[in-house]
Write a new protein. Sequence first.
Length: 395
Amino acid sequence: MKRNSIILKSEKEKAIRKGHPWIFSGAIKDVRGEPGIGETVEVIASTGELIGRAAFSPISKIRARMWTWGDGEITPEFFEQRLKRAIDLRQSLGLFEKTNAVRLVHAESDGLPGVIADRYGDVLVLQILTAGAEYWKETLVEILAKLTGVRKIYERSDVEVRRLEGLPSRVGPLLGDSPLDQIQIIENDLKFWVDVKTGQKTGFYLDQRNNRQQVRDQSAGRSVLNCFSYTGAFTVYALAGGAESVHSVESSAEAIAFAKENMELNSLPAEKATWEQGDVFSVLRTMRDRAQSFDLIVLDPPKFAPTIAQAKQAARGYKDINLLAFKLLKPGGLLYTFSCSGGISEDLFQKIIAGAAEDSGRDARIVARLSQGPDHPVALRFPEGAYLKGLVCQA
């Protein structure tokens, strides 16, 4: 039987041959056969040589995503091997000794484009982002249940990228009953409630685990400002680290209520925590006008620039909030500033922060660089996987 295949243009083969998993529509010379959405196609060089096999997406600008290089077949056994390798990596890193909430599969960086799997206790949350992952979803659910022993798998495929793949939004149980509205997890001896059904991402920002601990280590005796506080994870860590006070700013009243529950869950002193619902940009300007100041500030905003095309506009937003933060920072204080925007490179982010410091009149220096945790690995051949950038600046 003749296989479906895509033929690459000679001038566009280099990155694929070197192991980058994305094949854009402009790199394809010809499509042979009639591959359906998510079906496997052979990737053929302009010379006729087989490069590997990929998942086909007829709507997305990323027309195919590589499953494998060489002549390996894409079968359930292939996915079991990849999933086992990903889970074994997390086990070998000793992550489960400090937490029961871990990202088990991190898409391209684990050789599984479009597959995100986060474990929260005995519940696994699966996010399917691409056509190829959608095509194999039932197989993925079956294997994940086998490898992890979980009895509940919940789908949170409700992200914008699915629309670009021609896929509808999907949320709901894939295995077992629907989980409770709130699941309790443990992280670095602290407890948190997680809403896997409607919470941001898959319910919790697992990628910030190590960075939260750093804030905890630096919070003793300090006044802390936590911006974009969401459900209060940085707030909890700062208070657990002995902060003198923590003021948290968040636009969602529901998230603030959730954060207060996380405070109570850890028996932290409520009198040291204050909360403000509002737009962070406006709140920071008001604080500046009142000449307020803090020893330690956390800026962990949502994604301002998902793509490079949005970088210019996002850069203005990042500069504004960081300029205001520098103006609110006490002499010798620490600014923990982050960007999770794929369209903002590490180099550009540093330039933005440097510009903000200069315009604020502060002589700042970088004392640490931060990134996502080890359960969010970055494949060397897929630098796009390094999405979380963080700087600790002293001024």
